[in-house]
Every structure is written in C-alpha cells, then in structure tokens.
Write a protein that binds this ligand. Structure first.
Ligand SMILES: [Fe+2]
Ligand SMILES: [Fe+2]
Length: 324
C-alpha cells in the first residue's frame, strides 16, 4: 500500500465507525464520493419536491371556500417553501450550488416526487393531499431524522413537525366535508379514488426493483425499504379512512391477522415509470411553471446580490478608516 492508500483506508475506517456507532457525518468530515453523490441526489430531489409541491395546492389558493381555509392553505404552501430552503441549504453543505440544482431541475436532469405530476381537480384534493400525500411524506421522512448525514437529519426534525400539521389540516378539512352535503362527500371519495394509488407510488418502486436501497441502508441514509414504508403507510391509513367514512379503491385490501398488517393490491408500476419519465398528466406544466417563476425572480436575486456587495464594500471602507 502507498501512503495515500493507507490514508484513504484510515479515513474510510473512521467513516464506517462513525456510521456504525449511530453518530453523524458532518460537512467537514471525509466521506466516500458515492455517499456524497447519493446524498446530493436525494436531498436535491427532496428539495425540488417541496418547491414543485407548492403548485398543485397553490392552484386552489385563490378559490379557497373561506378565509380560514385560505389562510391555512397559504400557511401550508409557505411551510413547503421553507422545507425547500432548509433542504437546498443542506445540499449546499455537500459542496453543490443551489442555482446549479435549480438549473438541473428545470432542464429535467434532476427529478422531484412523482406525486406532484397529478392535477388537483377539486377543493377536496387539498384535503386529500394533506391527509395522504403529507401522510406518506411523514412515513418517509420520520426515519430520515436519524439519517447518518447531520445537516439532512437535523433539517428533517422541523420538517416532520410541520408535515404533521399539514396532515391534520387535510384530515380536518375532509372530516368537515364528510359532514356536509352528499355532493361534498362524493367529492371527497372521488379525490381519494384518484390519489390513493399515486400516494402508494410515492415510496418508490418495489424492493426487488430498487437497486440502490441496500447501499443507502448500509450507509444509514435510509432506514427501511420502500415496501416496508409502504406497508407502514397502509397500516396507518386504513383505520383513518374508516373513521372518515371513505372507501380506499383497492378490492384486495384485507386485514391479515397472521402478519398483523393489511394486505393490499399492487400499484400500477408502469404508470409510475411513465410519470418518472416525464409523461405524467402535469409534468410539463409543473416544470414550465417552475422555470417561469425562476426567471421572474431573477431581479430579486440580482438586487440581493447587489445589496450584499454594497454592504461588503461599506464594511471594507470602514475597516480601512478605523485602521488609519
Ligand atoms: Fe414539506
Ligand atoms: Fe407538507
């Protein structure tokens, strides 16, 4: 072994030991290139999802049925913007630039969650997104609070607290609609029928078609497989659906006493593949809207940069004066 090979072996051993001891890897620590690349991809995809995820619900902001519903929805959309910011900041600790990540998103070189490529057709969709989509996000994200990469794990703690507020506001909205008219109840059921399967797809492809899972679990970025998380979500959601009084659109759904879990049908994986490939109902619209918003915001970024430069210049001038 050469001297550098010995050094790398020592660094690798330290990295493995930190991960095995359930401690955190921090930005200044040495980490394998593939670990860094995996985190950049995952955190960027997560950040993009928070930002793109504002669009389907934003669609209903101007048409919310009451001031209270509007204020709640607005607060939720703002939370999602905040989640995007924490996550872009976490990605930047790995040495990537946020502007570059945004460019990759609008060029289609980086992905965001498949769920946000479905349209929001009625106000009941706002409730169902809160209940099912934020609910699925919670299942995915709670274990990330224990992720081996410190900045990502810490960002997730606050994100998860806010996600549970989102889930409750969605569920409360649906409960209110279910106490309303027959038309409102139908509207809720229709939204559940449309969002149920895409929500199950949020956990990604089945385990035997998810080649990177084992490595991510070894690094303790991921704690559970896609199928484990999907099962957890189904088990959590079925009693909530019963309480709400809606039917989940899966004839195969049945309690399995032996497993102590709900059996459920297979999502249409070819649909997930299509949506990931960019052929979902709203992919083009979502990315185009993001691109337009980014371009419209150019003057804000330029103004902030000019202000920062001016402040730095003034500080320098002051330092020079006080040194004289
Ligand atoms: Fe979020
Ligand atoms: Fe959320």
């Amino acid at each position: 072994m050469t001297a550098t090979e010995t050094d790398v072996a020592a660094l690798e051993a330290r990295f493995d030991a930190v991960v095995a001891a359930e401690q955190r890897i921090e930005p200044r620590d040495w980490m394998p290139d593939a670990y860094r690349a995996t985190l950049v991809r995952q955190i960027a995809q997560h950040a993009h999802s928070e930002i793109i995820g504002m669009q389907p619900e934003g669609n209903w902001l101007t048409r919310a049925p009451s001031l209270r519903r509007k204020a709640t929805l607005l607060a939720k959309a703002q939370d999602e913007a905040g989640h995007g910011l924490y996550l872009y900041a976490a990605a930047e600790t790995l040495g990537v630039d946020r502007a570059e990540l945004t460019e990759k998103l609008v060029d289609g070189r980086q992905k965001y969650s498949s769920i946000f490529n479905y349209p929001t057709l009625t106000f009941a969709d706002v409730g169902v997104i809160g209940w099912l989509v934020d609910g699925a996000a919670i299942c995915n994200q709670v274990p990330l609070c224990r992720c081996s990469y410190g900045p990502y794990a810490r960002a997730m703690v606050r994100v998860c607290k806010e996600e549970s507020f989102h889930q409750r506001q969605g569920y409360e909205l649906l409960m209110t609609m279910m106490r309303g008219t027959t038309a409102q109840r139908r509207m809720v059921q229709d939204a559940v029928d449309r969002w149920w399967w895409p929500s199950l797809m949020m956990f990604g492809p089945p385990d035997d078609d998810s080649p990177n899972t084992a490595r991510s679990m070894g690094w303790r970025i991921k704690r559970h497989t896609n199928d484990e998380l999907r099962q957890r979500f189904v088990d959590m959601t079925v009693p909530q659906a019963e309480h709400l009084g809606v039917t989940l659109p899966d004839p195969a759904l049945a309690w399995n006493a032996e497993r102590g879990s709900w059996d459920f049908g297979e999502p249409d994986w070819s649909e997930l593949k299509q949506v990931i490939k960019g052929q979902g109902p709203c992919n083009a619209q979502r990315v185009e809207r993001r691109r337009a918003a980014h371009e419209d915001g150019a003057w804000v970024r330029e103004a902030a940069l000019a202000y920062a430069q001016k402040q730095a210049g003034q500080r320098q001038a002051e330092q020079k004066r006080s040194a004289q």
